[in-house]
Design a protein around this ligand. Structure first.
Ligand code: HEM
Length: 542
């Protein structure tokens, strides 16, 4: 019976296709085009099919909802959450994202059903970059948990406490000679240099020297060494900045990245071709990433050979853990060590620096907040008393409120990417395996249900005795993410931010420069950034 059916099917196929092959008539061409359209239609709508029941706006072929992103900018997710509710679809080209814009649902994804949503989706800019994929952020399953546990074990509070003097000395040196109150300081540049130096030292044990005031030495050998060293550092940082800023999530990235958004299966073949054609953006990205990887491998190889490693930097701690056999050598191979160390620089500089600058900017316009903050900081002790990690956690409650409110006001990482590893029910919908689930932290932070008058900057809303704080959902403000996959650098960056603010406000208060645009303009890349920088005037206190 099966044979008979098979034969007749074969015969039917022959009858249909033979005339097409013999004479390519109009009808044959039409059939071919219809077939092609069918295949393309299937390819584009296949990922949509599994999540079609989740509400969302109509989709444009190829582009999905990218035109909405162009129309509304990053506000698009708040607009859609108002229209479609706390769980909705947003199509990044062909790829549907299931957006979660509700604290209880974030808890469901990030904590209660974590085992089904423990990995991150890999967006097209990252899938083209092995250097970025091998960091903790994008590793998956068992490798991720082994890597995370090892890193957590080297990130003990005692280790953070040891970093206080290092952080403090960078902060002091970077801010010792701020220009007088008649001159502008581009504070966002200063804070990026500071954060990069701090994380460079903490991650690699290397002093990039970016935030240090220029040396006046006349010794020519020293100057030459300084010059060579600073060119090396300069190249490294330029490569790092280029590599990071090219990770675009819209249609302004390299050709292969754009293809990855629109027709993913073409991304890798095109990348392989384009990276060989000098002058293309893919070629530049590939060269930059190769240079970065080479420099990182050199640092790792050199440090591997060292006998007496400094126990304070992250790279040495990982190498020591590997040598003491407390972690499997096949997990932390040298390429993964390079990637995870480099990732610290990547994840720790722009985020921390943005947060520090936005706090100073927000406080500068609000004298009441500034007054309360200065009282708390002055009340801590004499100006040369450096706060310990314990002091930072317990003695600055108003500073905590200011930081929380600033991080709510400008959520530096407004979207957190996750992916399902098995079918799972979220918010009443069954999400198939492989669904991209993104948590919209930026939408939560501006929801008037949890933050009345969300456009007002009010640190007091985080006072533990305030009604608003008591009634708020515990996961409404989660700038560092949620659950076992939340930010590993949270305590590190808060320590640096607090030490910086205490030091700065002991010496200065800040005012917006008359050259600063109003309202402040922001740029949305992989993380939030200032379009034109934060320009301030520093006024020395007493
Ligand atoms: C103000 C500063 C920072 C903010 C707002 C921030 C925010 C975030 C967010 C939202 C995530 C995703 C969490 C999730 O999926 O739930 C994350 C992950 C991560 N962050 Fe941060 N971060 C900051 C600073 C840092 C620093 C200083 C480091 C390194 C020392 C760091 C390293 C990482 C790493 C490695 C991950 C991936 C964790 C994993 O997948 O297991 N971050 N961060």
């Amino acid at each position: 019976m099966e044979l008979l059916l098979g034969d007749s099917l074969q015969q039917l196929m022959m009858e249909l296709t033979l005339p097409l092959l013999r004479t390519p008539t109009v009808s044959a061409i039409c059939t071919m085009l219809a077939l092609l359209a069918g295949v393309l239609g299937y390819y584009f709508y296949e990922p949509f099919w599994g999540v079609r029941k989740i509400p969302g706006p109509p989709i444009m072929p190829f582009l999905g909802h990218l035109p909405l992103l162009a129309k509304y900018g990053p506000e698009v997710f708040s607009v859609l959450a108002n229209r479609y509710g706390p769980i909705f679809r947003f199509h990044m080209g062909r790829q549907p994202l299931v957006i979660i814009a509700d604290p209880e649902l974030c808890k469901e994804v990030g904590i209660k059903k974590f085992k089904y949503v423990s990995n991150r989706s890999i967006p097209s800019p990252i899938s083209a970059s092995p250097l970025h994929q091998k960091g903790l952020f994008f590793t998956r399953d068992a490798r991720w948990s082994t890597m995370r546990n090892t890193i957590l074990s080297v990130y003990q509070p005692s280790h953070l406490a040891k970093l206080v003097p290092t952080m403090q000395s960078f902060i002091q040196s970077a801010t010792q000679n701020l220009p007088s109150k008649e001159e502008d300081i581009t504070f966002s540049d200063l804070s990026l240099k500071l954060a990069t130096d701090v994380i460079g030292k903490a991650a690699f044990g290397v002093d990039f020297g970016l935030s240090k005031p220029k040396s006046n030495s006349t010794d020519s050998t020293n100057n030459l060494n300084d010059q060579n060293n600073s060119n090396e550092v300069h190249d490294f940082i330029n490569e790092h900045t280029y590599s990071t800023t090219q990770l675009k999530m819209d249609l302004s990235g390299s050709f292969s990245i754009i293809l990855g958004l629109l027709v993913p299966f073409l991304q890798e073949p095109f990348r392989q071709i384009l990276k060989r054609i000098p002058g293309t953006m893919d070629w530049k990205i590939d060269r930059t990433n190769q240079n970065l990887s080479r420099r990182l491998s050199e640092i790792v190889a050199k440090r591997t050979k060292e006998k007496d490693r400094d126990f304070k930097d992250f790279l040495s701690l990982i190498l020591n853990a590997r040598e003491s056999e407390s972690v499997a050598k096949n997990i932390f191979t040298s390429d993964y060590i390079s990637a995870v160390t480099y990732e610290h620089l990547l994840a720790g500089s722009a985020t921390t620096s943005f947060t520090l600058s936005s706090i100073i900017y927000l406080v500068a316009g609000r004298e009441e907040v500034e007054k309360k903050l200065l009282e708390e900081i002055d009340g801590f002790g004499s100006h040369d008393q450096i706060a310990t990690t314990h002091d930072l956690q317990h003695r600055f409650p108003y500073l905590d409120q200011v930081i929380k409110e600033a991080m709510r006001f400008y959520t530096v990482s407004p979207l957190v990417a996750r992916e399902t590893s098995a079918p799972v029910a979220i918010g009443g919908y069954i999400l198939p395996k492989g669904t991209w689930v993104w948590l919209a932290l930026g939408v939560l932070a501006k929801d008037p249900k949890n933050f009345p008058e969300p456009e007002k900057f009010k640190p007091e809303r985080f006072n533990p005795n305030c009604e608003e704080e008591k009634q708020r959902h515990p996961y409404a403000n989660i700038p560092f993410g949620i659950g076992p996959r939340a930010c590993i650098g949270q305590k590190f960056s808060l320590q640096e931010i607090k030490l910086s603010l205490i030091h700065l406000y002991r010496k200065y208060v800040f005012r917006h420069s008359p050259n600063m645009e109003k309202p402040l303009q922001l740029e949305y890349g992989i993380v939030l950034n200032f379009k034109k920088g934060v320009k301030l005037r520093a006024i020395r206190r007493s």
